[in-house]
Design a protein around this ligand. Structure first.
Ligand code: THU
Length: 140
């Protein structure tokens, strides 16, 4: 498949995953799709809870599942989409600070950049690396 086709597939997958979100409290449904170095795609969506601190973003649901299950491959890109009150959000979605921290540590852990496709209603913004969003991430 052509590179552009693979990107489009990842983006479409993230958009589709908004339907799997459980967001009765915020009504903000987020979908994520992660491409692995070996070509596999893993997906996730945000999952909320009445105990709000137990809510988890779509990015971390997906990325942490990936690391728990993907064996010797690692993430190379992630597409993220969001639907608010039934409509795609107008502006692009950007991962929250905690998700950025997780992304940046995965870049370090796997010695790779993780590309981001941030989806909005009228535009998809591409970032080459999660560290662009969190240049001074915490490291131990
Ligand atoms: N959320 C995500 O899943 N990803 C983001 O990048 C931002 C926020 C979720 C968390 C919560 O379920 C809802 O969106 C509203 O904050």
């Amino acid at each position: 498949m052509l590179d552009q086709k693979l990107i489009e597939k990842l983006i479409e997958t993230a958009i589709g995953m908004t339907k799997m979100s459980y967001a009765p409290y915020s009504n903000f449904k987020v979908g994520a799709a992660v491409r692995m170095a070996d070509g596999r795609i893993f997906t996730g969506s945000n999952q909320e809870n009445a105990a709000y601190s137990a809510c988890l973003c779509a990015e971390r649901v997906t990325l942490l599942y990936v690391c728990a299950n993907a064996g010797d491959s690692h993430p190379v890109s992630i597409a993220i989409a969001a639907v608010q009150n039934g409509d795609f959000i107008e502006n692009i979605i950007t991962p929250c600070g905690e998700c950025c921290q997780v992304l940046v540590e995965m870049e370090k852990r796997f010695s790779t950049k993780i590309k981001l496709y941030l989806i909005g209603r009228n535009e998809v913004k591409t970032l080459e690396s999660a560290s662009e969003l969190l240049p001074y991430a915490f490291h131990l």
